[in-house]
Design a protein around this ligand. Sequence first.
Ligand SMILES: NC(=O)c1ccc[n+]([C@@H]2O[C@H](COP(=O)([O-])OP(=O)(O)OC[C@H]3O[C@@H](n4cnc5c(N)ncnc54)[C@H](O)[C@@H]3O)[C@@H](O)[C@H]2O)c1
Ligand SMILES: O=C(CO)[C@@H](O)[C@H](O)[C@H](O)[C@H](O)COP(=O)(O)O
Ligand SMILES: [Co+2]
Length: 418
Amino acid sequence: MTSTNLTETPLGLHFSEGSQGWLVRAEKQISYEVRFRDGIFRPEFTDLLEKAGGNEGTLRCFVIVDSNVDILHGDQIRAYFEHHRVDCSIMVVEANETVKDFETAARIVSEIDAFGIARRKDPLIVIGGGVLMDIVGLVASLYRRGAPFLRVPTTLIGLVDAGVGVKTGVNFNGHKNRLGTYASADLTLLDRRFLSTLDRRHIGNGLAEILKIALIKDATLFELLEEHGPTVLDEKFQGVTAAGEQAAQSVLHAAIQGMLEELQPNLWEAQLERCVDYGHTFSPTLEMRALPELLHGEAVCVDMALTTVMAFLRGQLTERQRDRIFAVMSALELPSWHPILDPDTLAHALQDTMRHRDGQQRLPLPVGIGGVTFVNDVTPQELEAACALLERLGDARVPEHGRRRDGESRQTSGASAA
Ligand SMILES: NC(=O)c1ccc[n+]([C@@H]2O[C@H](COP(=O)([O-])OP(=O)(O)OC[C@H]3O[C@@H](n4cnc5c(N)ncnc54)[C@H](O)[C@@H]3O)[C@@H](O)[C@H]2O)c1
Ligand SMILES: O=C(CO)[C@@H](O)[C@H](O)[C@H](O)[C@H](O)COP(=O)(O)O
Ligand SMILES: [Co+2]
């Protein structure tokens, strides 16, 4: 239907005499807030209640809490809702990548039905990491075709990535996020105090997504990670020292600002060349095939290590820049190699991602540190050469070996030195 033969009818509908059909056009403006608030469950803070329709005493909401968060913070969460006399049901859900599926989503729907929520007034509140937020986001977008929801991320990935955008999803048929929607939460409350109970490995996991932003758009953030990465990892972003506090605030602010700058103009991903897809070309296949060994950010880091080598081999990164990147990955205790990597697996992963990118590779590659370009000409030979070089340069630090527990002293890793 071309716009030239359209006649606008009085109420704004368009009719085409030529094709004898109507054209319906509508726009939906959305806005949502992502707000820092340390100590969100302290009784004096009412941010969480802003969107729970009704007055104090008549507030009603359905709360979904990650089971590990419930063990560590459940008493405070319950006390908060009791203090504010909120009529709520709290559902505790085990959440990790192996149960990020439609069955878990359906269980949550059943519980919501049993409790009963008013369609527009009573929000869902999700308190947990990226997995639970992705599942509950999907549920919220499906439930009566859209229920209000609020997010309280409790992991670093949740704070800097999964909690700030609009993508929801579950894994399906062995594929990462194969079922999903775009749905904005009404409000996300970022409370970094939750990170105090997160284990060290998951702090590193979140730092991988921060490193992603640094590598493709923010050289200053990269320098911050070079200088203060180990400190924020040690201090879990809690600001134990003055320098650590300054670094924690700067790193979180830059990472979220950078992410939102990329998301806002392309929220529905009309543009499939997304620099925030950096590290997410080969990693969906690697993550799912290595499940549960590689965490999301770890798989992203292995992908970034591979594409760092590809960019180096193309002359887009100097050897010095390449080695600085590997040194930061190592300092953040992240893997830059995994035994699952081989040219066939990589070629298969690229094929699957090409379908996701509508038939083209659209592979983001770094240009220097902080720049990006998209390429469509990667060959199997290039993957083979990059894989061979990465096997020499990379570090397969996985949980069993090379990873420190909290409190242990730091060891140098085998990754290439600057
Ligand atoms: N929607 C998006 O835009 C987006 C962006 C990035 C990542 N993701 C998704 O996020 C997921 C990864 O998220 P994640 O790393 O948060 O994993 P996760 O949700 O599995 O949480 C990691 C682990 O930490 C535990 N945990 C959560 N908070 C805790 C706390 N405060 N203290 C102690 N333990 C705690 C959880 O129980 C879990 O075992 C992936 O599935 C990824 O695809 C989505
Ligand atoms: O991991 C995620 C989202 O799951 C983010 O870090 C990232 O920025 C992008 O959204 C990813 O590229 C993933 O997108 P998709 O493959 O799920 O469409
Ligand atoms: Co990601």
